[in-house]
Design a protein around this ligand. Sequence first.
Ligand code: ZN
Length: 319
Amino acid sequence: MEKRINGIHHITVMASDPQANYDFYTDLLGMRFIKKTVNFDAPDVYHLYYADEVGTPGTVLTFFPFPDARRGKRGTGEISTVYFSVPSKSINYWVNRLASRAVDFDGPSKKFGYDYISLLDPDGMKIEIVADPTADNIMGWNNGDVPVEHSIRKFFGVSYYLKRAAQSENLLVNVMGAKLIGTEGSLKRYSFGEESSEAFVDIYEDVNIERGISGAGTVHHIAWRTADDEEQNNWRNKVIEFGAYPTEMVDRNYFHSIYFREPGGILYEIATDGPGFMVDESFDTLGTELKLPPWHEPKRKLIEQILIPLKTKSFVKQN
Ligand code: ZN
């Protein structure tokens, strides 16, 4: 039985305007748009997926863009920052890129010895771009004008604010296999996964911080990575033993999922690596058409009428 969660599978965030979201993550950050689908539980809203060029677990950031959504508020009970890894010598490239496009950012600063800059997406979600030596060993790729040597490689990790961290940490360490690797002031850093699937969780504990309010720019959930259905079921049993209440397995077409709230209120998912994003599109056509799971296909016409049009560019692989 797998003893440790193998890093992050994907992270899902609430957004407002889908076009602004698309332009930011593809044009500015250079991620590949790999899937245009709908929220399977509420198919009148898009579910947009950005990732590396093939949708490797650990690189996949997804959004539910509700066009009229009000902004949420960062606070406890949710993930407050999403970190991306770029190669160790790429911070200056990103500083210059953001500056040349008049995008506000802070830094470079240092945390646990890593250089990073921070910025907000169009809905106010906080992002950190981290110079990560692990990323130097992951093959680059590019989309548009972010060169291969500087492209985002994967998630570096996430941060949480929690009113009381003890039970959340208990779950991370004693059930999911995270390791505490350092503390800096009131910040604790935990690690999951190895090499290319390595991911960090930074926990700030503060009883005075208010609960977050869900809305555009706030993280909806984080999905942790597991190999297959059997391993997922083992995790499900361990989570029940811990005292949480996971759902039954849900078929998400591109992966299989279970969901539960961790003790601090953050929604966790555990998702399988397969079947992956090529089940209904090829490498060349990922993200080009509206994809619906078989059970929503009969409603395609209605769904297409409700969704606001999204202008996407085709992916041009460059070497
Ligand atoms: Zn998910």
